[in-house]
Unconditional design. Structure first.
Length: 304
């Protein structure tokens, strides 16, 4: 298979003809890099602000905008640094006439690209992740066995820190299925188990009442989009009836809202003398004992 030979003299001629343009681009990139704090922040902020007009309702959440801006600013700064270094290297090579070395290096890089196709896939997937906005820095995501907070979205890899503090570095090419738990809005879900049939109507009434109270609380005014209400009553099991309530909330507030609902439900049940059947309890809890009733979440997390 014939190979294409690169003529160093042709490269030198091209460099001489385009030297003023290269110097102008290099100077512009250096100035942009020096003042990147203001320039990049302003450009990214305008871009993100325009983008919110093209996405779903509720996407203009301040927390969502902050995460988008931080992710894009980090990426733009990385690309800017690479561009500055590339232009400077090109100018150095042209001034010292090292085109023959570059010609040989080009063939080596071409062979390396063919051998390292997974790396190329990582970069392509990284571009798609950022352009499509699948997730940003600060989002809670899960992919395969990894679940945690996104600390960095790069062109080649994504860094995620899980609940135990362990940092996972995942190649973007491996991120085939990603679940984002903090994108725009989510469902705050609370499950109440062990409801006695005689108490079901009172429990449902208290669930709706507590949901409305939380939604009306000024402390949760920016968190709750739709008040938590009864979603469905599940089939009875050996403990009794199960009722599930859900509310539409800001994605970053789903756990805070659900926790508040649980606490208020617990106090309401105790005050109204409602006892929930608990697994492993041999004798029923005496009414008025002041013991907290059980308000649980099936898997320790909230499905959004």
């Amino acid at each position: 298979m014939p190979t294409t030979q690169v003529d160093p003299s042709a490269l030198q001629s091209w460099f001489a003809d385009n030297l003023p343009l290269l110097l102008a681009i290099g100077g512009l990139l250096i100035l942009t890099y020096v003042f990147q704090g203001r320039i990049v922040g302003a450009v990214v902020g305008r871009f993100v602000g325009t983008q919110t007009n093209l996405v779903e309702e509720g996407a203009a959440d301040p927390e969502e905008l902050r995460k988008r801006s931080a992710t894009l600013e980090s990426l733009v700064r990385t690309i800017l640094r690479v561009s500055v270094v590339s232009i400077v290297l090109l100018l150095i090579i042209g001034f010292f006439g090292l085109w023959s070395v570059i010609a040989g290096l080009g063939l080596f890089l071409a062979a390396l690209t063919l051998a390292g196709q997974p790396i190329v896939l990582d970069f392509l997937m990284g571009i798609l992740i950022i352009v499509e906005g699948q997730f940003f820095n600060g989002d809670q995501i899960s992919s395969g066995t990894v679940e945690g907070t996104v600390e960095q979205v790069g062109l080649r890899r994504t860094v995620v820190r899980d609940a135990s503090g362990t940092v996972h570095s995942i190649s973007n090419g491996e991120l085939r299925i990603v679940s984002n738990r903090t994108r725009v809005f989510a469902a705050a879900e609370v499950t109440v188990r062990g409801i006695r049939e005689s108490d079901l109507d009172r429990v449902i009434a208290l669930m709706d009442q507590v949901g409305k109270e939380v939604a009306a609380d000024p402390a949760f005014d920016d968190a709750v989009i739709e008040a938590p209400v009864l979603a469905f009553v599940d089939d009875p099991d050996d403990l009794g009836m199960t009722a599930v309530m859900r509310g539409k909330v800001r994605a970053s507030e789903r756990w805070r809202v659900a926790g508040e609902v649980r606490q208020r439900l617990n106090r309401a049940f105790v005050a109204d003398g409602i006892e929930l059947n608990k697994r492993g309890v041999a004798t029923p809890v005496r009414r008025g004992s002041g013991l907290a009733s059980e308000v649980s979440d099936p898997d320790g997390s909230l499905d959004g």
